[in-house]
Design a protein around this ligand. Sequence first.
Ligand code: GAL
Length: 495
Amino acid sequence: MRKVCWLLVVVGFLGWAQAGTPLVLDKPSSLADISLTVFGDPGYAPAIMRATNSKALVDHTFARVTRLDEVLPAGAKLWIPEASWAKAFLAVWDSARVEDLFGGGKLVVGSWWTTGGEAEGLEALFNTYRSRYPDVLIVNATVAGGAGFVFKAVVKPRIIAGDPPDTFQLHAGLEVEGYSPEVYLRPLDDLYTIFGWDKVLPPDLLELMRYKGHYWGVPVNIHRSNVLWYNKEIFAQYGLTPPTSWDEFFTICETLKNAGVIPIIIGNAGGWEVPHLFEDVLASVLSPDEYRGLWTGETPWTHPGVARALEILKRIMDYTNVDYPAHTWDTALDYFVANKGAMHIMGDWAMGWFMAKQIDYKVGWAPVPGTKGVFVALSDTFAFPKRAANPINVLGWLEVCGSKEGQIAFNMRKGSIPARTDITPEEKAQFNLYLQSCMEDWARDTIVPSVMHGAAAPESWVVDFKDAINLFLVTKDVAGTQAALVAAAKAALGK
Ligand code: GAL
């Protein structure tokens, strides 16, 4: 066995470089020899070449390796990646792609994260990535529009045309069906094993992630759909406490309306925001099992609870800002900031927005009335298109998305919580009070899937559901809308 001399500097833990160790050769060696010495297998030579060349692009004391079979001289400095990364590299690398051995290049990240909180969270994830892979240029390919309805319409043709972003945002759950993953995406099962994600993600989420027997995305977070946000200053002024039932909610609405305050602010310019509210109302009138059953065919959409939920939605719409069709979820929050609007029902990305605008001090939260103990959940993941132009850069990105470091940096700004289960009490304490309480609810509550954010149903059904609710806002026709929802379920489930 060849002798190699190790420099006693471990920088992986400092968090500013790809995890690994520098190695200075004490005699001429080939990459295969080094791989054999370090990993007990000569086959990791390409991973060492890539890791070293990535380093050399930003630190000229590292060797620039030009060929896989090159013999490097004594004194050459290499970067030995962690064994897990080296394995993952071999799992992803196509040996016909010699260009992937040289480092650098781009990473095109597709998402719809453009608003307050979203942009900050994404930037934190980018910074984690940059700290590990400073040789790579990140291209932030966002398409604005909450819940991704615009983004999805833009990204799909690109994927089909063979020109996808390197990686893109995808909700955990049945949303993946709309991407024909067997054709266009790379299954990530091997990366789950190598990086141990199958051990640190909750079993329910793992199950949600598996489609046709494979994992197609790496989750960065858990979001909660059913949160009622309230303006603490307005509530204090009128002596109100957060409602736990719809009766209490409407009593509060009356008080506020009479006082000239908008009781519940809504923006529906994206067309998904009121349907989002409706999924929470459904979860409030049905039991968790009944709600879940709506999406599996076990609960008929003729259930009286559906009509009740529509009646509640109709009543809620009497207490909103009249210009709700012109606002998105976040622009509507201007009423909240100006103390002109008191409540908002929205997923907890709203907390990311409040934090970004530095008004979180005046925000209170409670479960949507009638949903205490129920957590309507969704998760954002990143997928790996088969035709990604920079596959090795995607590998590093997914590694960051699944990492503790990445998830903590991202979620404390995004208003979501890490998907990983191994967050320590000290790490939890870095999150704000809402997020800490959300972590507790996530561990304790009954989890049901969000429909508007990809977890519960395939995209075609989500769109039918969304359309039926948007039409309802015009017709206010409970029976007709319920019939449309029945038809949508039939079309999706075939029964
Ligand atoms: C959801 C997404 C969240 C949040 C929200 C508003 O679909 O999962 O991360 O960004 O849309 O855009």
